[in-house]
Design a protein around this ligand. Structure first.
Ligand SMILES: [Zn+2]
Length: 121
């Protein structure tokens, strides 16, 4: 087969891709959670005063960075999980806003896409 086919609810490749995105995002979020705990423990061990020690504000910044990455990672996992729900429900590949099919090229680049290009822009 040389021509790309429209994704279907039965498409095992799409399902596998989405499950991989979801699982990797969840694993990364768990790793980031452990990193945040490690940062906290390092601060506790060094007895740094967050408010007065310059090192303390660096650690707070590092923690807030990790938390921001963790949240966007969890968002990605949720997007993939929602796409899997649509796949199992037979709504996958159709725009949630206008109901038209989402272009195959867009789904190829972004398998979690819930909106067509027109509605997303
Ligand atoms: Zn649309």
């Amino acid at each position: 087969m040389t021509t790309p086919t429209e994704p279907t609810p039965q498409d095992p490749t799409t399902r596998a891709r989405l499950e991989t995105v979801r699982d990797e995002a969840l694993a990364l979020a768990a790793q980031l959670q452990r990193d945040m705990v490690a940062v906290s423990e390092a601060r506790d061990a060094s007895n740094v005063d967050d408010e007065h020690d310059p090192e303390g504000s660096t650690i707070a910044f590092e923690r807030s960075q990790l938390e921001a990455i963790r949240r966007s990672t969890l968002d990605r996992a949720a997007e993939a999980a929602n796409a899997l729900d649509r796949l199992f429900g037979g709504q996958y590949g159709f725009c949630l806003n206008c109901g038209r099919p989402i272009a195959a090229a867009r789904l190829e680049a972004r398998p979690m896409a819930a909106l067509c290009l027109d509605c997303a822009s």
